[in-house]
Design a protein around this ligand. Structure first.
Ligand SMILES: Cc1ncc(COP(=O)(O)O)c(C=O)c1O
Length: 403
């Protein structure tokens, strides 16, 4: 990209980065190149594309766009966020140690503990908001420090720049930036080596595509990730790449609406006597509010909370809302409510969840871009309608299912 293009603002880059007019037709909008293969002019001579598992023009446009939005040079798109996480940890080899944020997405925890560990990779989890704990947990064979900030679902933060300063040479710092999106936080600027997204969430933004991406500035890392992308073949198809590219063009507009609605929802919940605790980095009561202000450009669109009345009240609330819809996932324009213990983090044992503060009465809201008043009215009516349900004694273990 030219230096003038690099100085452009976020939304200009979202709309234009990687999206040159089609060389053959002049089409302004990147076409959906629905092709598996490409015609060669002679053996070994092609126009940069020979097979769509390796690369595809629509996917390539998405990779360039997303890399640029993270201030990165290289991007590899995957068929899901989990495939992207797996692509990033393909840097690891048998005997390496992976040190990861304790309270991460349940699927990432499952990959690390139930898949990587079977390939001879040692995995430990640590509270990455505690620098001394990270220092103590780092081993001579630690190769990747895996961070998720804000974390899912309790919205704890870790100080990326401080962790980068502390880490021994040779340790690769990877950040799952799904919850923040590049509009709110750009980990490469804080010194991280790799950024990973579930593009299913804010980047695509419309809950109609599952995808992921790995971004970096290091050619050796990028080459390894692209090698995995091609070898394993967990790639997005051209339509999914196109829809994600289209969604990302409006990321800034959507994130502004998500953040202002989430702030209003968090303040509303905190004002209620029948809510025990609200987790949102934009609240002054959040233990890392100052870090959020320093590291992020907004506190994000996810709010978690525990209503008074225990599990029975929480479960009643999850179906008492009408705008907030009971569903997993997050980051779409629509507001969703879920029970992390029973849904997104169901693959963890109850002891593991207890260690992460993922209690059975915790509810997670993905606050959408609907009208603020409608969201607050929906939560108010649901809280009022369930006022007599449950007691705090009813907090008990529930059978969990995994997604
Ligand atoms: C923080 C985070 N990372 C990764 C993933 C996995 O993404 P996907 O569902 O697209 O595979 C999720 C999914 O919820 C997530 O919340």
């Amino acid at each position: 990209m030219s230096s003038s293009a690099q100085s452009r603002g976020f939304s200009t880059r979202a709309v234009w980065s990687g999206q040159d007019p089609c060389a053959a037709t002049g089409a302004t909008i990147v076409p959906v190149y629905q092709t598996a293969t490409y015609t060669l002019s002679e053996i070994g001579v092609h126009k940069g594309f020979d097979y769509s598992r390796t690369t595809n023009p629509t996917r390539k446009a998405l990779e360039r766009q997303l890399a640029d939005l993270e201030n990165g040079a290289y991007g590899s798109a995957f068929g899901s966020g989990m495939a992207a996480v797996n692509g990033a940890v393909s840097l690891l080899a048998q005997g390496d140690h992976l040190l990861a944020t304790r309270d991460i997405y349940g699927g990432t925890h499952r990959l690390f503990t139930q898949v990587l560990s079977r390939y001879g990779i040692e995995v430990t989890f640590v509270d990455t908001s505690d620098l001394a704990a990270v220092r103590a947990a780092t081993r001579p064979n630690t190769r990747v420090l895996w961070l998720e900030t804000p974390s899912n679902p309790t919205l704890r933060l870790c100080d990326i720049a401080a962790l980068v300063r502390e880490k021994p040479a040779g340790v690769v710092v990877a950040v799952d930036n799904t919850f923040a999106s590049p509009f709110l936080q750009q980990p490469l600027d804080w010194g991280a080596d790799i950024v990973v997204h579930s593009t299913t969430k804010y980047i695509c933004g419309h809950s109609d595509v599952v995808g992921g991406v790995v971004i970096s500035n290091d050619p050796a890392i990028a080459e390894r990730v692209a090698f995995n992308q091609n070898c394993v073949g967990a790639i997005p198809g051209p339509w999914d790449a196109y829809l994600t590219l289209r969604g990302a063009k409006t990321l800034a507009l959507r994130m502004r609406a998500h953040v202002s609605n989430a702030q209003a929802v968090a303040e509303f919940l905190e004002s209620r006597d029948d809510v025990e605790r609200v987790y949102y980095p934009g609240l002054a009561s959040h233990p890392q509010h100052e870090l959020a202000r320093r590291q992020m450009r907004g506190a994000g669109g996810i709010v978690s909370f525990r209503p008074r009345g225990g599990v029975a009240r929480a479960h009643a609330l999850a179906t008492a809302t009408s705008v907030f819809t009971l569903a997993v996932s997050l980051g779409g324009v629509e507001s969703l409510i879920c029970s992390p213990a029973r849904m997104t983090h169901g693959s963890l044992t109850s002891a593991e969840r207890a260690g992460l503060d993922v209690s059975d009465d915790l509810l997670r809201l993905s606050v959408g871009i609907e009208d603020t008043g409608d969201l607050l009215a929906d939560l108010a009516q649901a809280l009022d309608a369930t006022a007599s349900v449950g007691t705090s004694e009813e907090r008990q273990k529930q059978p969990a299912w995994a997604i």
